[in-house]
Design a protein around this ligand. Sequence first.
Ligand SMILES: [Zn+2]
Length: 205
Amino acid sequence: MKCIYCNHHHTYSLCDGLKKCAKCKRKFSPKKQLFIQNAIELFCQNTNALQASKILDCSYLKISNIFGRFRHAISVFLENDFESNKGKIVEYEEFVYTLNKKNIYETQSILCFSDNQTIFTILMPSIALSQKLTSDEIKKFFLFHKFIKLQSNQTKINEFRSFFSLHIKNYRGVSKQNLFYYIKELEFKFNYNEQERMKILSKLI
Ligand SMILES: [Zn+2]
């Protein structure tokens, strides 16, 4: 087994089940490593935390914490990617997402950028709060955005919007503080296929 830290080919087994690298001398648990690899695979295959906890025979809390770690790492990766590709942006569009249909103040605006291949998203502050709109103004805002939606052509951003609307439903009870990470997860899954996701995420973790 290769070292998980320096990728050195020679590691030796310790009596407590751990492995130690002959080069960097760091210790790691192959069992834990295998668990993380399986979790990465399930995450990249779109398995939700509840299903994953059953497959991996662990608590829901444990796997949702691990998935949270993945989302965090993905967000940093995508933000850096956006910084280095800003110059290639050819189109942008904004769409709205309502966390709670009964509460207009829970409406978020998501800015989407595209270089025709990749989507980059930015989560904007709550529309009602940032622009201090009244309920009537927000209703108008929705109408306006629906209008834009109908007029749009088949673009990368439109594809992403459909993908987003379809998949965000899979997360039960998206909270305001986690929305950013869910958007980043969907951005990641939209931009990369299963094999690419696994390759990138394995490197990040
Ligand atoms: Zn090493």
